[in-house]
Design a protein around this ligand. Sequence first.
Ligand code: SF4
Length: 710
Amino acid sequence: METKFRESINKALHNPNLTGALGRFSEAYRISRQKAYEGYDFEALRTQIAERKSYAASHLDELADLFTKNAEARGTKVFRTNDPAKVREYILNLARENGVKSVVKSKSMASEEIHLNKHLELAGIEVGETDLGEWIVQLAGQTPSHMVMPAIHMSKEEVTTVFNEQVEEGQKPDIPKLVKFARGKLRAKFLKAEMGITGANIAVAETGTLVIVTNEGNARLVTTLPNIHVAIVGIEKLMEKFDDVVPVLTALPKSATAQLMTSYVSMISGPVPNTDGTPKQLHIILMDNRRTEMSQDPKFKQAMQCIRCASCLNVCPVFRLVGGHVFGKIYTGGIGTILTAWFDALKSSDDIQSLCIQCGNCTEVCPGKIDIPGLILELRRRLAVENGQPLAQKAIFSVVNNRRLFHSMLRAGSLMQKPLQKDGFIRHLPFFLSEMTEFRSLPAIAETPFRDTFKTIQQPASKEKIAFYAGCLIDFAYPEMGESLVKILNKAGIEVVFPEGQTCCGAPARYSGAYEVAAQNASDNIKALLADDVTYVVSACPTCTAALKQEFISTFESLGQTGSLPRARELADKVIDFSSLVKKLVDEGRLKFKEGHQLGKITYHDSCHLKRTLHASQPPRDLLAQAGYEIAEMYEADMCCGMGGSYSLKLPEISAPILERKLTNIKNSGAPLAVMDCPGCVMQIRGGLDKQNSTIKVEHTVQRLVDELE
Ligand code: SF4
């Protein structure tokens, strides 16, 4: 990671205006978005959008031809190119031919993508942004920090300073007055401009219509007042039918700004006369810039389903801390990282891809149904192929890939840590490792790993056997969780087997882009876990469960190792998370809770993989309630705790404030006990509370249930 990038992160984290404004917006957005979608079937709506956009991405040439034919039949000039330089050249030539001195623009990410303003300004043409946020960042000499709200990173005081310095002195930090002032200044620009430049939200092929959505009405003025209108349209905006507009327009305002409807929707199906009666020139530029190539990539084609609503940014726990400028390019956030890798260069995404903590919040709200974290992992994989793995990482993974060596090192670590640990925690690490224990204590490595303890557990023999996949944390840090799981399944008359050959689930390697290592881990685990005739393979770590159930398959697919897929699928069919299995056993009457227990208040934290990958956030809540606990829901229970596997080690400066917010929400719930299904979250949250000397206890669901079941 480049020092400059790390500095930009730290600068953002220490900017109270930025973190304050984004934090408040992000909290309010989640609530108002939910309200805006009340009464709508979001899943059905986004499936419609995804299908129609995916169809368009598969038929780009055909739709571009149809759009061109229909638009030109109405008197529009359509220019199609793959090359951003040709877009700039086309617009500059057009401006020169028509003696254009002044241009007004409504917000257009495509024009930002090709750095159009700078190009026109160098040629002596005045360019005025007319979207209020865009105008503010233009005056401030910045780039937009957000796709929908370009100036969201600025406070009203900062905007006032910009207006005073760049436009006219005497402005005060009063929002209605600042807006009125801006409107007056912008109106003069509209009236003076000879050319208006816009983007478009949708380009309908069957009618040759552009659909432009704004809240400020500025696009109406940009497209009607100047004699020339140029629309720069990325070809991912093409859709086949007029009817396709409906789902996009239904989702866009709700997802973008949590509004039921947007204020202005303009549909342009050909040039209209100017106010003096002369015909308006309408030019539509269909810009490719690697979009066709993207649509032909089996992994990245889905990125063409993006409707640029930016809701993925609004819910991202990292974006709300660091904002958009750390991404350093035009497109920001998770989807911005993907678009930067394609529209700029793969290497441009090298640092910024590391910001993704893989929590999956973005995918949950994406109206285009895009697996943003999955695509970021694919970027990591391609970057690792292109750049090679860093040496230190290579050395670590070569150990992880050798199960015996890896486990011997953990056992040795258990002995070596003795001077550093107290009460099961390591609270301070020396030298360059100190940063790891600055914001949370770490768990000590267990004296006896679960794999050794397991051999000493007396189990009733049973015909029904379930294999237990422990994962590294339960095996080597929290063996008591594994012991509780065995006790619970024994109570249901099930014998637990622990395949010795099981090893790391490969998540650390996969999340670092080292897919070959992850594939080796997958193969070793498949061999071990399918060796016995078992009904299920259960795991009490959602990250591991997700790996066993889904990621082994996608890792083999990414590497083209199709021969490994049948066994990976066989394993996936048997894998179940702990709480879902116990819920099933309770529902079947094979496990019963002790009666009449009033166990008091607890709060429950959703681990990201359990909630968003395995979709199993309800079973643990049901079980804990059935056991006799009163669940006091914490605020943002499903927000990431900042652990993210090795993320908390790579980017502790981001992990720490995310954890801080989680700890505050836990404390505010008033519960003396926080429960969760993920040993990784236990490690992060328990360690964070220990660092703060809190009396709140943190436990895995398995430990809360073990004594409450008969
Ligand atoms: S990726 Fe999804 S959520 Fe993000 S901007 Fe695109 S459509 Fe919106």
